[in-house]
Design a protein around this ligand. Structure first.
Ligand code: SAH
Length: 482
């Protein structure tokens, strides 16, 4: 079996390095070398425009059109990035003879050093090697790591580098130092860095060095889970869900999203579904406070975006009043997600210049809406929680002068495998929805743009047409909320 590669990070600052080749690959290598502060020399017949620009700026030195072994005399490393196998071979052989490390791009066998796939956060670098045999595996892993380490890790690294002497003085013993670091990670420092509270982070560390690291007093991350498709989570949301000890989630949050939590995380459904509230809002506040005070990593997970008809504001006010720190991670709100997944551009130069997000939650909210404003043209309306109020919405819109022929689209379970889209004219809305048995969660879009759903649909089944619904008499009472 071949021996394993020895990993090392090379300090190439102010050291000459030879690059053979002047195309796109050479350009990428040169960029990395320049970033590392190396002094690149280049041998190539033709240079890419970017390489030419570096040459003009004096950052790269051109030393001839063709590789010559003499060029290896005083360099620390040579990189061959040509597509000529003969030249690559020549470079490898000459480098071997002169004991200069050589990286022959895409030729693991010819290379005496390999350039790893890497994740970089400031001075922190994670390098991944497959031994040269399976670069795809290394690249795949790199992408996964990219999502797990946000750039606060760079800030953490810099902070620890700045306080290195003080930390060593305070904890001379390695085991003690390691314990100190573990405690720091459990405390509030990572969160302060994520929140870009540099000064507070600095104070926190100084304080921790004077006394000992304070245990986290607990904090809550308010996270938007998006409309259901886990692919629509943000990287921050994914990380928070992965790290959570306790997840307090609404019913709207999909199982696929909840499955991303750690197995040992406690999941508590506190959610409401349209029509009935399973846990009172005050009880949700109590649960958040209780778990946060116990020092747990609490994620309050809400469907869509936490600040759009999500009562996120109220929950944060309670946390602030009780001195509990928090973070907010936005999510893709139902209007944005459903529109995208139904092929409806929410604004369009020909049809709509503005977008209104409207709640049709209950009779009270329907009564207090500004219907004359909603009935105006050249805008798009997105009604949340509207399934029970479709008759009222249709009747009031038409009564205020919105043309009965205005297109609508009703999107049920938007972005999920069971998504259905019903498209038609405003005058057909309530009857067609009943006929097709549209249930919550569903989002209603009214406006000229809704008509585009028929042409621009790309996800799931094509829209159901309201014309196919049997003509039924309009009910006078509100239909049953799903
Ligand atoms: N905070 C959420 C909205 C909560 S109100 C957000 O930003 O999306 C709940 C309403 O959102 C539902 O009644 C429905 O109108 C809408 N909704 C949420 N998820 C939906 C989905 N996947 N498909 C259709 N409508 C959805």
């Amino acid at each position: 079996m071949a021996s394993a590669l020895f990993p090392l990070f090379a300090d190439l600052h102010d050291r000459p390095v030879l690059v053979v080749g002047g195309g796109a690959v050479a350009e990428r290598k040169l960029a990395a070398l320049l970033e590392a502060g190396a002094l690149p020399r280049i041998q190539a017949l033709a240079l890419s425009p970017a390489i030419q620009a570096w040459l003009d700026e004096g950052r790269v030195t051109w030393i001839g059109p063709r590789f010559h072994p003499r060029a290896l005399e005083d360099v620390w490393l040579v990189v061959a990035a040509t597509d000529d196998p003969q030249v690559n071979q020549e470079v490898a052989a000459a480098a071997q003879q002169r004991r200069v490390f050589a990286n022959i791009v895409d030729h693991a066998e010819l290379s005496s050093v390999h350039v790893p796939a890497r994740v970089q956060r400031g001075d922190l670098q994670i390098a991944i090697s497959s031994g040269g045999g399976a670069p795809m595996v290394a690249r795949h892993l790199r992408r996964q790591l990219e999502t797990f380490f946000d750039d606060s890790w760079g800030a953490l690294t810099a902070l620890f580098a700045r306080h290195r002497q003080a930390i060593r003085a305070r904890y001379p013993d390695t085991a003690q130092r390691r314990r100190f670091f573990e405690q720091v990670l459990q405390g509030d420092l990572p969160r302060l860095l994520r929140q870009r509270q540099q000064a507070r982070a600095e104070q926190w560390l100084e304080q921790a060095l004077r006394d000992s690291p304070a245990r986290s007093v607990g904090s809550v991350v308010l996270v938007g889970a998006g409309p259901g498709d886990p692919g629509l989570l943000t990287l921050h949301a994914l990380r928070a869900i992965n790290e959570a000890d306790v997840i307090l989630h609404d019913r709207l949050v999909s199982d696929e999203v909840l499955q991303l939590a750690r197995r040992d995380a406690q999941r508590i459904e506190v959610g409401k579904s349209a029509g009935h509230h399973s846990v009172r809002q005050e009880a949700i506040h109590e649960l958040m406070l209780e778990h946060a005070r116990a020092g747990r990593r609490v994620v309050r997970l809400k469907g869509g975006d936490p600040f759009v008809f999500g009562r996120g504001g109220e929950e944060l006010q309670v946390l602030r009043a009780h001195g509990i720190d928090f973070e907010v991670i936005p999510g893709i709100t139902a209007a944005v997600a459903c529109a995208a997944y139904a092929g409806i551009p929410l604004t369009h130069r020909d049809h709509a210049q503005s977008l209104r997000l409207v709640t049709a939650h209950c009779k009270d909210s329907l009564d207090t809406l500004d219907w004359p404003a909603l009935a105006q043209s050249r805008q798009t309306l997105a009604f949340y929680m509207g399934v029970a109020g479709l008759d009222t919405i249709q009747a009031r819109m038409v009564a205020e002068g919105c043309p009965p022929s205005t297109p609508f689209a009703l999107i049920e379970n938007g972005s999920r495998a069971n998504q259905r889209v019903l498209a038609g004219r405003l005058e057909q809305l309530a009857v067609a929805a009943r006929e097709h048995g549209i249930c919550s969660p569903a989002l209603l879009i009214i406006g000229e743009v809704a008509g585009l759903a028929v042409d621009l649909h790309w996800f799931g089944a094509p829209p159901l047409s309201a014309d196919q619904a049997r003509a039924l008499p309009v009910h006078t009472s509100l239909p049953h909320a799903a």
